[in-house]
Design a binder for this molecule. Sequence first.
Ligand code: GNR
Ligand code: NI
Length: 172
Amino acid sequence: MAVLPIITAPDKRLEAVSAPVAAVDDAVRAQLDDMLETMYAAPGIGLAAIQVGIPKRMLVIDIAREDEEKQPLFIVNPEFTWVSDDDKVYEEGCLSLPEQYAEVARPAAVKISYLDYNGEQKELQADGLLAVCLQHEMDHLDGILFIDHLSALKRNMILRKLLKQKRLVEAG
Ligand code: GNR
Ligand code: NI
């Protein structure tokens, strides 16, 4: 297991549309293990493979609080099978947009089908924070960040801040 570096915006790799996973084999499971370790170390409640430079349609999630038992979810090739008509607004953050937060409206509840850690077909219905996190991670698989749901003004404000930060880091 390894903690991998997380790609931060602006970076073209985060805009890639990830490819379906052909088979959940030991190599894929090793990548999922590294992703979970990376997510816990960050710390974050979700991580899509593209955030660590792997353009595959897979993600990990654990929304358990620190004082609760870990509840890792390994989700491969997810598809929405249902989304609710009603939206909910939630203040989102993203490990690829460090220290940037904004309110995003998304369907309040969703149902997905996916392959689990053992390659078995599963279904999951979610609301609350889990529904937010699932939609945020599934956006990453299509190269979409939460700032893409904001006005161009708000999005560019955040991107400019991050670009300035990157230039400062590069200049040392
Ligand atoms: O750790 C994370 N927290 C979070 C908070 C509100 C809405 C979405 C998220 S996901 C984020 C981790 C991340 O960037 N996943 O892609
Ligand atoms: Ni994110």
